[in-house]
Design a protein around this ligand. Sequence first.
Ligand code: RB5
Length: 151
Amino acid sequence: MRLALAADHAGYELKQMTIRHLEAAGHEVVDMGTDSDQSVDYPAYAIGVAGAVAAGRVDRGILVCGTGLGMCITANKIAGIRAVGPCSVEQAEMSRRHNDANVLCLGQRMMEDSTALDILDTWLSTGFEGGRHSRRIGMISELEQSWPAAE
Ligand code: RB5
């Protein structure tokens, strides 16, 4: 898979570990920064990765910050992005099976590295079930096109 990754300073270490893990597994990684643990603003990085996913330049995106929350909030502002920040392997699996999530957000300060990698591996290897879930995702897409609703 071709994957875009980015992190802020609070997610830098986990991003670097994640890149090594993904490359060892044979994925193509596009590293969109940041390049150190010097303080930066997470929205710029979330916009970069989410934009690459929305434009189809990569298959999926992975974002890391301290909590995973700011990245997730920002990424979901971009049409076509379904970003999630699962706390468990089960949530990661369901976010793919039912929600066709295309951006994974991780919180470096929230979990052990091994848990983050378990979540990542499950999220990457789980497919979308389609069917009734496609209809529901279509409703989200319609909302993106039509909001704000005409008075
Ligand atoms: C940075 O201190 C922290 O606020 C950021 O990494 C993230 O957790 C925001 O949601």
